[in-house]
Ligand binder design. Structure first.
Ligand code: 5AD
Ligand code: SF4
Ligand code: FES
Length: 354
């Protein structure tokens, strides 16, 4: 006999484990049960991660990409998009300006752009760490084992590589010339190299089912990620998925809440994509399990060109303005901005680290 919703939520809150069919059941809950799910996730977040919200300053340093992901506006086939690359001095200056705003971590993100040699990225990561005292997250897509190792040795703390979807067929359909097997291999490699690993998925991709989404959560749990970014799919008019429907706010929030129950110690961002389709999206995520925000610290003139999906928030705002805005959101929820580096609370990452 199928367990009641309440029973499943209680069990997940206590044991942080769920079967695939139980996840699917929770993903379809509504009304008072949905409220119960969000409240349980919020409680688990407070117990394991506290009331602090960690800020990660996002630097979108190159919008060049060699890939052709069907959903993404940076895809190589989007020829009319003006492309830009920031150099080392610009990146260090942007990160330097984020320090007085209170940032302790920067995320270096780009499309898959081989114009940046592994050595160059290593130098940048090293300078951000040594000169500015920042924790460094890299998010540069799939690269070779040697590259990942070089960067880790240069001091990069974390690597963010979303798995996008754990539905193998859907993964294949959305990613020409890429395979689920490679993605998985890269993620396990990053884990072996001692990175704090971030992954994550989109919600509401065309063809995605509740079964696909349950697989996403089970994959994140199996990989035992230190961070999981879960955001809605937003159709981009410059891609083959222009006419697809966007992901729902509610389903995205359910995914975040269940992720919190399953992975009490994972950092879960209230994603920019969620904030872009719902003006209160990030606030809603922060009270449904999320404990991280990743404000954009890319200079204004480049933001517009990092057009992964349309109507991204903060396009006309500068880093200081976004920092203020986020500070306001966090205090309005009775939460505080974290003072530390925000490493994973797992023991292997806190011993000897800030
Ligand atoms: N809608 C939502 N998220 C997207 N991403 C890329 N395209 C879209 C889209 N259309 C996300 C992917 C990728 C990250 C850079 O942005 O998850 O990992
Ligand atoms: Fe490139 Fe990443 Fe966009 Fe895929 S999702 S096209 S790899 S920037
Ligand atoms: Fe950029 Fe609110 S976070 S304006």
């Amino acid at each position: 006999m199928q367990k009641e919703y309440n029973e499943i939520i209680e069990q997940a809150t206590a044991e942080h484990k769920l079967e695939k069919d139980e996840i699917e059941t929770l993903l379809s809950c509504e009304g008072s049960t949905l409220k119960l799910l969000f409240a349980a996730a919020d409680r688990v977040r407070r117990t394991f991660m506290g009331d602090e919200v960690h800020l990660r300053g996002l630097i979108e340093f190159s919008n060049y990409c060699q890939r052709n992901c069907a959903y993404c506006g940076l895809r190589e086939s989007h020829k009319s998009l003006p492309r830009y690359r920031l150099d080392t001095a610009e990146i260090v200056a942007i990160a330097g300006a984020a320090v007085p705003l209170g940032y302790k971590t920067v995320v270096l993100q780009s499309g898959e752009d081989s114009a940046y040699s592994a050595e160059l990225i290593a130098v940048i990561a090293c300078r951000l760490k040594e000169e500015l005292g920042l924790a460094v997250t890299l998010s540069l897509g799939e690269r070779s084992e040697e590259d990942y190792r070089l960067w880790r040795n240069a001091g990069a703390d974390r690597y963010l590589l979303k798995h996008e979807t754990a539905d193998v067929e859907l993964y294949g359909a959305l990613h020409p010339d890429m395979t689920w097997e490679n993605r998985k291999k890269s993620l396990y490699l990053l884990r072996e190299l001692g990175y704090q690993v971030g992954s994550g998925c989109m919600v509401g991709l065309p063809g995605q089912t509740l079964s696909s989404l349950a697989k996403d959560l089970l994959f994140l749990k199996e990989l035992d990620v230190e961070m999981a970014g879960i955001g809605p799919f937003i159709p981009n008019p410059n891609t083959p998925l222009a006419k697809a429907e966007r992901g729902s706010v509610e389903l995205t929030l359910k995914m975040i809440a269940i992720a919190r129950l399953l992975m009490p110690q994972a950092h879960l961002p209230a994603t920019t994509a969620l904030g872009s389709i719902d003006s209160k999206g990030r606030q809603k995520a922060l009270v449904a399990g999320a404990n991280v925000v990743m404000p954009n610290i890319t200079p204004n003139k480049y933001r517009r060109l990092y057009e992964i999906y349309p109507n991204k928030i903060c396009l006309d705002d500068n880093p200081a303005h976004c920092r203020n805005c986020i500070g306001g959101i966090i205090s309005s929820l009775g939460r505080t901005v974290a003072e530390g580096a925000g490493h994973s609370p797992k023991e292997q990452f806190t011993l000897g680290l800030g």
